[in-house]
Ligand binder design. Structure first.
Ligand code: FAD
Length: 364
């Protein structure tokens, strides 16, 4: 039987969902959203003994952070040479450098649910092969690790500093550590409104000095002033039973990153993509899988990836995109800082934005 809208990562029966908020509360800083970004913020705040409450509409990792492809990639959503064009050389290099340092920290902190395998960007066309060459030239000119690759997957770039994670395990580990450090975390607590620095939830109001909104998909629903710059899309994935016929030592992203896959330690394959083939239908707040995208993923799985084993999981989740490709990481109202809209690549950048939000909350 196929697990419907459950990610392959949800494999820990010992996990106990967080209890809801129980009435009004006070704290110094409230973090909304307990994905990877919100939990890194909570963790950093507790490291400074800040009185913090974190709330989530559902539970830890219920959004994209626990339902993604698990690729840990250096750089922003744009490939490095595109980021240089869009942001300017110094800003792009500095961002790339920060993500490399964050990757080092993630691999060191989570040895049980990460693997530094490197990653492959494989070209789907001659034009993309030329673009891979341009990306390689820029990375090497700036002294970042990258090499040309030709192998069973095709031709393109190998980035040795990248790797993979079991994303839900990572965010649950962050939550367990935050709870052990005294953070107050609540699930099943949807925030209806942020009013000044009061966080109005379904179960009570949290009064605090500062609010960090750490929501990727549907960010513009909670903070409507961001709607002109932020748009939510649905991304979809599937996973298979162990596929010994495949040997995929590194995660692959293909066709400018629209498709991406990794082979898990037990041999199963997790594959995502084809958002663009759904056109306007995928710009939606609905986060359930659709038949048409799932069929495309299945065809690709059989014809390109070469996996023959049964499909065990199909799922989807929401992420937000910006027009520029640069994430939102800014004070949006007095006392309210928003991080999110990572344009499909938030496992590493989300942690960086969380550090920035914490710096603002303490010193800004
Ligand atoms: C299918 C898929 C594949 C992806 N693959 C990759 C990848 O391989 N590598 C990569 O780097 N990135 C990938 N991404 C993007 C990445 O998953 C996200 O950018 C990142 O996980 C965002 O984490 P976050 O903590 O910022 O936000 P989220 O994970 O979206 O967490 C936000 C939390 O806020 C909660 N929330 C939302 N609204 C409210 C509210 N009103 N009140 C209270 N709580 C609320 C949600 O329940 C959720 O738990 C992928 C995303 C998807 C969907």
């Amino acid at each position: 039987m196929i697990a419907h809208n459950t990610p392959v990562w949800d494999d820990d029966p010992a996990w106990v969902p967080l209890a809801p908020l129980d009435g009004d509360a006070h704290c110094d800083i409230c973090v909304i959203g307990l994905g990877g970004s919100g939990l890194v913020a909570v963790r950093d705040l507790r490291a400074h003994s800040v009185d913090v409450i974190g709330v989530d509409a559902v539970d830890v990792g219920a959004g994209a952070a626990g339902r993604n492809g698990g690729l840990l990639l250096a750089g922003l959503a744009d490939f490095h040479h595109d980021a240089v064009r869009a942001l300017g050389h110094d800003a792009a290099v500095s961002s790339y450098r920060r993500t490399l340092a964050e990757l080092d920290a993630i691999f060191a902190e989570f040895p049980d649910c990460t693997r530094r395998t490197g990653s492959l960007r494989i070209a789907a066309s001659d034009a993309e092969r030329a673009d891979c060459r341009a990306q390689l030239a820029q990375l090497q000119a700036d002294g970042f690790p990258a090499e040309w690759y030709r192998g069973a997957e095709g031709e393109g770039l190998l980035i040795p500093s990248d790797g993979v994670t079991q994303p839900l395990r990572r965010v649950r580990a962050l939550a367990r550590a935050a709870l052990a450090e005294g953070a107050r975390l609540h699930g099943s607590t949807p925030v209806r409104e942020v009013h000044g620095t009061s966080v109005v939830t379904a179960h009570g109001t949290i009064r605090c000095r500062r609010v960090i909104v750490a929501v990727d998909g549907r960010l513009e629903a909670l903070l409507p002033e961001l709607a002109p710059r932020v748009r939510t899309a649905r991304l979809q994935m599937l996973a298979t039973a162990p596929s010994p016929e495949c040997r995929i030592p590194r995660p692959v992203y293909w066709r400018d990153g629209f498709e991406y896959w990794q082979q898990l330690p037990d041999g199963s394959i997790a594959l995502g993509g084809f958002r663009d083939s759904g056109m306007e239908h995928e710009w939606t707040h609905d986060d359930t899988p659709s038949v048409s995208i799932q069929q495309r993923l299945e065809t690709f799985l059989r014809e390109k990836v070469g996996a023959r084993s049964a499909i065990t999981h199909r799922w989807a989740a929401s992420v937000a995109y910006t027009l520029t490709g640069a994430p939102i990481s800014e004070q949006v109202r007095d006392g309210v800082f928003a991080i999110g809209a990572y344009s499909g690549t938030g496992n590493v950048v989300g942690a960086l934005c969380a550090h920035d939000a914490v710096t603002w909350a303490q010193h800004g």
